[in-house]
Design a protein around this ligand. Sequence first.
Ligand SMILES: [Ca+2]
Length: 181
Amino acid sequence: MWIVLLPGCAQRRTFRADGKPWPIPGRIEAENFDDGTLFDSAYHDTTWLNEAPQDQRYRDSSVDIGVDAKLGLVDVGWIEPTEWLEYTVDVQRTGRYRLIARVATPENGRNFRVAFAGTDRTGPIAVPNTGCWGSDLKGGHCFGEAVAHPIRLEKGTVRMRLLAGTGHYTIDWIRFDWEGE
Ligand SMILES: [Ca+2]
């Protein structure tokens, strides 16, 4: 077996021009998971191919990313159980945060979870049945919000993992609002 190491490509980084972690409090777009490496993947996707044909317009990966040019929307869909996405984040202040996610699903009983540094910190977060999978590509959409119980986060840079839970939903972004000490 041959392993080729390309100089300069071995470093995992955030998916933003300055390479900095995503600040919390703040909003993180689901499609902006880290740029991982062969040995340090930033996602697990159960299907090799992109389920969404538009994926290539946004970034190269086998994560199923949808693009709606009309709404200026990029989201992650076709999510199956066991899949996950990881983001390097910078918690700017120790305290309690409220977690809100913009999601859609036409199914009942769907949920996801969020882990920090490898530990599930939220338990299952219910995704409301919003009546469809997100945008209809004609200017309409059915996104709603999933809200978790406030969680306490420690100041510092850490990896945040979005765990699929039951899967079968679409996610646009996840946001952390400051709640207090
Ligand atoms: Ca998005």
